[in-house]
Design a protein around this ligand. Structure first.
Ligand code: C5P
Length: 230
C-alpha cells in the first residue's frame, strides 16, 4: 500500500489568537506542523508529502524541514485564500493512485488510523476519518432552539480524508468553479453524487484551533507516552 499526502499549512489561525501562523506554535517543545509532518515521514506507506504554505513563510518551513531531517517533502506549494484553494493547489502536484488530505493542524493523528482510511479508499474510492458526535445537537435561531437534531446519525468529520486521485481532482475542479465553499474535501465529492465512506477514528485526533486545544494536546501526548510505557 502507498499514498501521497497533501498537507495544507497556509492558514493564519485567527481563532488561536497567536498573532502568527498557529502551526508554528510549540506542542510539548516541537512546532505543531513538524509533529504532523513527522507522523507521515515515519509511515512506510507514505511515499511523499506535498506541503502547502504561504510564500512569506517558505524560509521557516525550509529551515524546519532541514532541522528535522525530513526526506519525504516532495514540494512546498503556494497556498490560496481559503483552505479549499490551498488543497487544490497541492492536489495538482499529486501523482499517486490514492491521495490523502490532512490538516497541518491535526498533529495527533496515528499511523493505525491513517492505514485504515487508506485501505477503505482503495476499496471504495473515498473515505474519511470521523467520530460519533457526543453532545446533543440543536439548531438555534438567535438564542432560541428551533430543532433537536437526531444524534444517532451525526458524525464529526476529521482528516485525513483519502481519495482516488482522479475523483478528488474532478471534485476540486468543480468546487473551484462554485461560489459556495465546501466545509471539507468530502463535501466536494458528495457534490459529484459519489459515495464517501466514514472510518471510525479516535477523539484524540483533535484540530489545534483555539488556545485550550494546545493544553489538551500536550496532555494527550503525555497520555500516549504513558500508554506506550505501561
Ligand atoms: O483554520 P483551520 O484550522 O480550519 O485550517 C485547516 C488547515 O488548513 C490548517 O492546517 C491551515 O493551515 C490550512 N489552511 C490553508 N490555507 C488557507 C486556510 C487554511 O492551507 N487559506
Amino acid at each position: 500500500m502507498n499514498y501521497q499526502v497533501v498537507i495544507p499549512a497556509a492558514g493564519s489561525g485567527k481563532r488561536m489568537g497567536a498573532g502568527q501562523n498557529k502551526l508554528f506554535l510549540s506542542l510539548s517543545g516541537t512546532p505543531i506542523i513538524m509533529r504532523t509532518l513527522l507522523v507521515f515521514e515515519q509511515d512506510s506507506w507514505c511515499k511523499g508529502i506535498i506541503l502547502v504554505i504561504k510564500e512569506t513563510e517558505r524560509e521557516w518551513f525550509e529551515q524546519q524541514i532541514h532541522k528535522h531531517h525530513l526526506t519525504k517533502v516532495l514540494s512546498l506549494i503556494s497556498g490560496g485564500k481559503e483552505r479549499q484553494h490551498s488543497v487544490y493547489n497541492g492536489l495538482l502536484q499529486a501523482t499517486s493512485d490514492i491521495v490523502l488530505i490532512h490538516d497541518g493542524a491535526r498533529p495527533l493523528i496515528g499511523q493505525e488510523a491513517i492505514h485504515r482510511v487508506v485501505l477503505q479508499a482503495y476499496e471504495k474510492g473515498a473515505a474519511v476519518l470521523a467520530v460519533p458526535v457526543k453532545d446533543s445537537v440543536k439548531k438555534v435561531n438567535q438564542t432560541r432552539i428551533t430543532e433537536t437534531v437526531e444524534r444517532e446519525s451525526l458524525w464529526a468529520m476529521q482528516t485525513p480524508q483519502a481519495f482516488r486521485l482522479p475523483l478528488i481532482l474532478k471534485a476540486h475542479e468543480i468546487g473551484a468553479k462554485s461560489d459556495k465553499p465546501a466545509t471539507d474535501d468530502a463535501e466536494l465529492v458528495e457534490w459529484l453524487g459519489e459515495a464517501v465512506f466514514i472510518v471510525e477514528s479516535s477523539y484524540t485526533n483533535i484540530k489545534m484551533t483555539t488556545a485550550e486545544d494546545l493544553v489538551i494536546g500536550e496532555r494527550l501526548l503525555l497520555w500516549e507516552e504513558e500508554k506506550r510505557g505501561s
